[in-house]
Design a protein around this ligand. Structure first.
Ligand code: LLP
Length: 419
């Protein structure tokens, strides 16, 4: 949720914090719907299908919002398969991506009837062939290519360059499709790319599309009968002051791709749909002034939102107005680091910020935290994972209860128990 959302939602956020406790993730269903609509409108006239990338935020209720909008799902594990099924997605509306699918995962995907399995290596294709033959079925597969496109995003979220673990180099695709052509257990339905995440420049998509167009022409000369082309996800959003991806320019790249190859385009956005629709709400435990520095110590930490520690990601932060004013609150000119209680120097949510008005007891919102927030959270330091709340208009509901210490210990055995 953007900072603007806070001003008319402050009472709601205080009510959620008081009743559910903090830290807590809060998602706005209306914002998710609005973003889905914006993307659909930008792609109007282009035959396309949006497969929401479940990994961005895999809460069942969030998945439900996207399913009701008509999205398909992009999954990467049997865990995500199960989540998507429980949220009501049909298996035929799912794409199974991922660089290291296990044999049992391929088998479960075929058993469930997953619509498309995107393979990322010849070895995986051969394994899929074995699994499909054993099941006496035909596996519809796609090939994720590595188009060798460099994206200007964080090194950890680049995926489309030569030498990375992802995708199949363009030149290695034709031997795979020739091998698959003679087999009743395999049917090549799609080729595609996913070139990275938090992409702000639409030219990268046009570059990737140009490579795919050449490849598709080549495959058709070999007799391939494709049903769709997959342009992955990666659509970038505004976290602080970035210029978000130009949706019109993005749509132009997708239109060019769809028209040239005469196929519907499948896209797999995650962050774009849910990132700006969520925030992480924490409470300030202490303002600690030490050796010339000021730390705002929240009850939320790197285990709840890993992005700042892992990527140096910068999320906007805001004080939720309406708390008790304190005379020792931070001023306009005090620069602070916002940190959590975890025992790591890398445990910070933001550095070098000004947060006037914040004092112990204040509610602080970390904005645009709806994507890769809870889904990447852990229980490091034996901190139970936080609650998740879905707001829809004036209503809200807890859509994942806060974990308890018993939840954390479930499945473990003491030394005495194994003796
Ligand atoms: N399709 C595939 C094959 C992917 O690997 C991903 C994301 C997506 C679609 C969706 O990408 P999106 O539209 O959300 O950018 N944890 C990182 C992002 C990692 C993305 C991994 N793959 C972060 O917090 O920035």
């Amino acid at each position: 949720m953007g900072a603007g959302v806070l001003s008319d939602r402050e009472a709601l956020l205080h009510a959620i914090a008081d009743q559910v406790g903090t830290p807590v993730y809060v998602y706005d269903a209306g914002e998710i719907r609005g973003r889905f609509r914006r993307l659909t409108e930008a792609l109007a006239g282009i035959p396309h299908r949006i497969h929401y990338s479940v990994k961005a935020n895999s809460n069942l209720a969030v998945l439900g919002v996207l399913r009701r909008l008509g999205a398909g799902a992009d999954i990467v594990s049997v865990g995500e398969l199960e989540r998507a099924l429980r949220a009501g997605f049909g298996a035929a509306d799912m794409i199974f991506s991922g660089v290291g699918k296990r044999e049992d995962e391929l088998d479960q995907a075929l058993a469930a009837g997953v619509g498309l399995i995107n393979v990322e290596s010849f070895e995986e294709l051969k394994l899929l062939d074995c699994v499909a033959r054993r099941r006496n079925t035909t596996a519809a597969f796609g090939i994720r290519v590595n188009p060798d496109v460099r994206t200007a995003t964080h090194p950890y979220t680049q995926t489309g360059e030569e030498g990375m673990k992802f995708g199949v180099p363009l030149d290695d695709v034709p031997p795979m499709t020739r091998w698959a052509a003679g087999r009743t257990s395999l049917r090549l339905d799609a080729v595609g790319f996913h070139i990275g995440s938090q992409i702000l420049n639409a030219a990268h998509y046009a570059d990737g599309a140009a490579r795919l167009i050449q490849l598709i022409a080549h495959l058709r000369n070999q007799g391939a009968m494709l049903r769709s082309v997959d342009a992955g996800g990666g659509l970038g959003i505004r976290y602080r002051d970035e210029r978000p991806l130009d949706l019109e320019a993005y749509a132009d790249a997708m239109r060019g791709l769809a028209r040239t190859v005469g196929l519907p385009v499948v896209i797999e956005p995650g962050r774009f749909l849910v990132g700006p629709a969520g925030l992480l709400l924490g409470r300030c435990l202490y303002v600690k002034r030490t050796a010339g520095r000021t730390f705002v110590i929240l009850d939320a930490a790197m285990n709840d939102l890993l992005r700042p520690s892992l990527y140096g990601a910068e999320h906007d932060l805001a004080l939720v107005p309406g708390g008790i004013a304190r005379s020792d609150a931070l001023g306009e000119d005090e620069t602070v680091d916002v940190v959590g209680p975890v025992c790591e120097t890398g445990d910070f949510l933001a550095r070098d910020r000004v947060l006037p008005g914040v004092a112990a007891g204040s509610l602080v919102a970390v904005l645009a935290a709806g994507a890769y927030g809870f889904s990447m959270s852990s229980s490091y330091n034996s901190r139970p994972r936080v609650a998740e709340v879905l707001v829809d208009g004036g209503n809200w509901a807890v859509v994942r209860r806060r974990e308890t210490v018993d939840d954390l210990l479930r499945g473990e055995r003491t030394l005495d128990e194994i003796a």
